[in-house]
Design a protein around this ligand. Structure first.
Ligand SMILES: Nc1ncnc2c1ncn2[C@@H]1O[C@H](COP(=O)(O)OP(=O)(O)O)[C@@H](O)[C@H]1O
Ligand SMILES: Nc1ccn([C@@H]2O[C@H](COP(=O)(O)OP(=O)(O)O)[C@@H](O)[C@H]2O)c(=O)n1
Ligand SMILES: [Mg+2]
Length: 207
């Protein structure tokens, strides 16, 4: 009985799908520090892959410059390696899945279902302002690429949100508000998830 119960428990991973510039990178340090998740940004992993001089580097660079979504085979390999290299069992997977192909492939390769999906809801006007002011020297933070990224986000990423929404897995936060207020909302969601998980764990002590 007990073994069966334990084997059905999935690792506490969650997806973080939101528009470009909605503030994911800004909030991740706080979440890592307060709730013990390991932050994995699909975009950061892809940019590191370009820097490492890998054979896929040029292809990835071109796709990012065009605001296009890199084939999931490449991105999932990077995510899988990062997960395996890390001792933690709680991952905050940022910027993934970005389309239906990402989602279906991750599910079939890893068998992992997200605990929940964090969605930062932010107006396009605000995201555009933030991206143009980001100043990290990114090749995709120019108005031309930003418009392309918004289009891809609307056409490909929002349907993923809808998919998980229909399963009751989406936790939406109004990310238009100031950084501190967004973190308060994030805290409320993670504290609730932590309590839910603690309840599940207590079943191990009182089977
Ligand atoms: N709540 C906020 N209010 C105002 N500016 C913000 C807020 N959150 C993030 N920013 C700024 O917006 C830009 C994009 O944020 P970032 O965290 O990199 O977004 P993402 O990772 O979702 O693309 C950064 O320059 C950041 O300082
Ligand atoms: N799952 C993913 C995530 C990012 N990317 C690429 O990486 C770019 C930057 O992603 P990011 O998550 O770092 O961007 P932000 O949303 O943080 O601004 C995207 O526009 C895509 O070109 C991808 O192809 N597949
Ligand atoms: Mg980011």
């Amino acid at each position: 009985q007990m073994e069966e119960h334990q084997s059905t428990r999935s690792p506490l991973s969650l997806f973080w799908v939101s528009g470009p510039g909605s503030g994911k990178g800004t909030q991740c340090a706080n979440i890592v520090e307060h709730f013990g998740y390991t932050h994995l940004s699909a975009g950061d992993l892809l940019r590191a892959e370009i820097k490492s001089g890998s054979e896929n580097g040029t292809m990835i660079q071109n796709m990012i410059k065009e605001g296009k979504i890199v084939p999931s085979e490449v991105t999932i390999k990077l995510l899988k390696r990062a997960i395996e290299e890390n001792g933690n069992d709680k991952f905050l997977i940022d910027g993934f899945p970005r389309n239906e192909e990402n989602r279906a492939a991750f599910e079939s390769v890893t068998g992992v279902q997200p605990e929940f999906v964090l969605f930062f809801d932010c107006s396009e006007e605000e995201m555009e302002k933030r991206l143009l002011g980001r100043n990290q020297g990114r090749e995709d933070d120019n108005i031309e690429t930003i418009r392309k990224r918004f289009k891809v986000y609307m056409e490909s990423s929002l349907p993923v949100i809808e998919y998980y929404s229909a399963k009751g897995k989406v936790k939406k936060i109004d990310a238009t508000r100031p950084v501190g207020e967004v973190f308060e909302a994030v805290k409320a969601i993670f504290t609730k998830a932590w309590l839910d998980e603690a309840c599940v764990s207590s079943l191990d002590f009182f089977p």
